[in-house]
Design a protein around this ligand. Sequence first.
Ligand code: HEM
Length: 404
Amino acid sequence: MKEQRTALPRVIWQSIFRNPLPETDLERSSTSFTNFFLHIHPVKVHKNTLRPVYTLGLGLMSLFLFLILIVTGVLLMFYYVPSTTQAYDRMLDLRGTVAFGIFLRNMHRWSAHGMVAVVFLHMCRVFLTGAYKKPREFNWVLGVILLLVTLFMSFTGYLLPWDQLAFWAITVGTSIAGYAPLVGKEMQFVLLGDTSVGQEALLRFYVLHVAVLPAALVLLIAIHFWRIRKDGGLSRPAPKVMEVFQKKIYGLQGFVRANFTKVGNTPDESVYTWPNLLMAELFVFVLTVSAVLVMALLFNAPLEEPVNAMHPPNPAKAPWYFLGLQEMVSYSAFWGGIGIPGLMVGLLLAVPYLDRTTHGVGRWFARERLLANTLFLTLVALNVIFIIIGTFFRGPNWTFVSPF
Ligand code: HEM
C-alpha cells in the first residue's frame, strides 16, 4: 500500500503545535491544555472574569507594563554603564547618537511610572470589590509585597541617569530611610555602600534594579498567578441557587430524597478560555503597548544637568510616589518617614485578617462594605492629597507656593 506523505512544512508546524486552530469545544480544551503559554490558564473561566468593568484589566496591565520594562530595559543595558564618570554621557549618547535611543528610554521611563500607578490602582480595585477575602488572603499579602517591590524597583532605576534629578531624589529618598529608629542609619549605609550617594550607591542600585528586584518580581508574579488558579479563579459574587431547584424534591424509588438530582449543582456560567479570555487579554495588551508608544512619542524622559554634589536644587524632591512621604517628613521626620508609612504597610498586610467577614465579595462598592471602603478611600485620598501638595505646592525651602 502506498504511504501517504505529508509536506515537510506541515510536519514541522504539527511537531510544534499539536492541535489545529480549535473549532470545537474539545479542541478548545485541548489547545489550552497542551500549549506551554496557554496552560497557565484554566480551560474555562467564569463569565465574571471577562467583565471589563469588574477588573478594569488592571492586573494584566501591570503585567504587560512589566514585560515592556524588561524588553526595553535589556536593550538599554547594551548601552548603559553604571559608573559615575560614564553614566550621564551614555544618557546623552542615547539621546543623540543611538538609533531610537531616546524612544527606548522614553518607553522605559513612562512604563515605569505607569506600572507604579497601575499596580496601585489594581490594589484599589481588589480592595473595593472585597476580593482580598477568604480564600484570597494570602494572594492579597503577596500583592502588597509586589507593590513594595515595584516601588523599590522604580526607585532604584531613578538614580541610574546620574543627573541632578536622580542624585538629589535618591539623596532625599534614602535620607527618609535613615529616620528609622535603631537601624535607620545602618539601613541607609547598606543601601548606599557609603555615607552619601556616590559610585558605590550607583553600583548597588544598578545590581538591584537589573537583577535582584526583577528576579524577585518574576517569582512573586508567578506565585500570584498560581494562587489565582488555586483560589478558584477571580472573585465573584456567591452564586444564587435558583429557587426552582431548591423547591423541587426528587424521590428515587423511595430510597433517596434530595433537593435536586445533582445536589449543590449550580447553572454553568463558565466560558472557554479560547477565544474569550485570550481575546480580552490581547485587547489589554494592545491598549497598554499603544498607550506607552504614544507617551514615548509625545514626551521625552527628563534629563537634567550632570550631578553636582555641591549644588542641591531647592527644593530637592523625592520621586513623585514618595512625595507624600516627603511632605509628611516636613512635619515630623520620624512619623512622616517611618511611623505612618510603617503603620500603613502593616495595616495593608493585615487587611484580610482584620476583616474576616465573607459578604460583599465580587461587587464594586457593595453596600455591606461601606465602612471598610470608606476607610480605605479616605486613606487613599489623604495619600493623593499629600502627593499633590508635595508635587505642585512646595517651593524653595519647602515653603508653600501657588502653582498658578
Ligand atoms: C506587579 C504587580 C501585580 C501584577 C502583575 C498583578 C497581576 C494580577 C492579575 C493579572 C490578576 C487577575 C486579573 C485582575 O484582577 O486584574 C490579579 C488578581 C489579583 N491581585 Fe494582583 N497583581 C499585582 C499586584 C497586586 C497587588 C498590589 C495586590 C494587592 C495588594 C494584588 C492582589 C490581587 C488579588 C487579591 C487578586 C485576585 C483578585 C480577584 O480574585 O478578584 N495584586 N493580579
